[in-house]
Design a protein around this ligand. Structure first.
Ligand SMILES: Nc1ncnc2c1ncn2[C@@H]1O[C@H](COP(=O)(O)OP(=O)(O)OP(=O)(O)O)[C@@H](O)[C@H]1O
Ligand SMILES: [Mg+2]
Length: 254
């Protein structure tokens, strides 16, 4: 079980995340939604133990993750928002490095890497350096790297970023399959369709605070709206998107 209790992060005097709390049980998927700058990546980084909160705690199976950092990290797979990949390595070399650090036995690791690359359609690019991979190809390497050691908690920051339509559908199905195996999944996304279909619950952040947290169907019901898009627009008081777009065109034409 994963529990966030009053998670808060300040950068100097600026609040990036204020008082985020939730509980996630095995087999459940939490989708994090929110406008740019609302605190999703900051929240996700604190959940992985990579970013120290200014206040609040993260508990994993009832224990503060700061009390057993190595064991906790062994049980977490993390797909970061921005890839800091070693661009001079090939995909298999990068995965070998990550799997080695995770302590996977070499023959098992090699087999896993080969199969991940095949499933993700990256086998043909196995001799290429990551610098020559497209954004979507690099994203697939990051997803594979997060899953190599069969973690119990999978935390992904915008995992659909750069993925094509089919790969996004695969990811959605993967999230559901992982949950069915009792994994806990937290991910942020701007793809409402993905969040609507692949999450057991949704947490919406706005200006660093939680403005909604419930199942998609409950949020729709409570707010009497038919789609997550309408829920999102309502709780983040979204501005007139057509007006903003027209304003941009006007400036461009000045
Ligand atoms: N390292 C940092 N130093 C200072 N401020 C930061 C830092 N990281 C994030 N912030 C601030 O914290 C707030 C939340 O940022 P965060 O990256 O968590 O947003 P986000 O919801 O992930 O946005 P996006 O959708 O653009 O990825 C923003 O106001 C941002 O400027
Ligand atoms: Mg972010």
């Amino acid at each position: 079980m994963l529990e966030a209790r009053g998670l808060t992060k300040y950068y100097s005097a600026i609040a990036a995340v204020r008082d985020v709390s939730f509980t996630l049980r095995p087999g459940t998927v939490l989708g994090l939604l929110g406008p740019n700058g609302s605190g999703k990546s900051t929240t996700v980084s604190m959940l992985t133990g990579l970013l120290e909160p200014s206040g609040g705690r993260v508990l994993f199976d009832g224990r503060d993750i700061r009390d057993f950092p190595l064991e906790f990290k062994a049980r977490v797979g993390y797909v970061p928002e921005e890839a800091h990949l070693y661009t001079y390595l090939t995909g298999p070399e990068y995965l070998s490095l990550v799997g080695g650090l995770r302590g996977l036995e070499p023959a098992r690791l090699a087999r896993k890497i080969q199969e991940f690359l095949e499933i993700f359609g990256l086998a043909d690019a196995r001799h290429e350096q990551l610098s020559a991979y497209s954004k979507g190809m690099r994203q697939k390497v990051l997803i594979a790297a997060a899953l190599l050691h069969d973690p119990d908690l999978i935390v992904m920051d915008e995992p659909c970023s750069g993925l094509d339509v089919l790969s996004t559908l695969v990811l959605r199905s993967l999230v559901q399959a992982l949950a069915a195996r009792g994994k806990m999944i937290v991910y942020s996304s701007h793809v409402l369709e993905m969040v609507e279909q692949a999450s057991t619950e949704v947490l919406i952040l706005h200006e660093s605070r939680v403005v909604a947290h419930d199942s998609v169907s409950r949020l729709r019901e409570v707010l009497q709206l038919s789609s997550l898009e309408q829920v999102f627009r309502k709780v983040v008081a979204a501005s007139d998107v057509d007006g903003v777009a027209n304003g941009l065109v006007k400036v461009m034409e000045q």
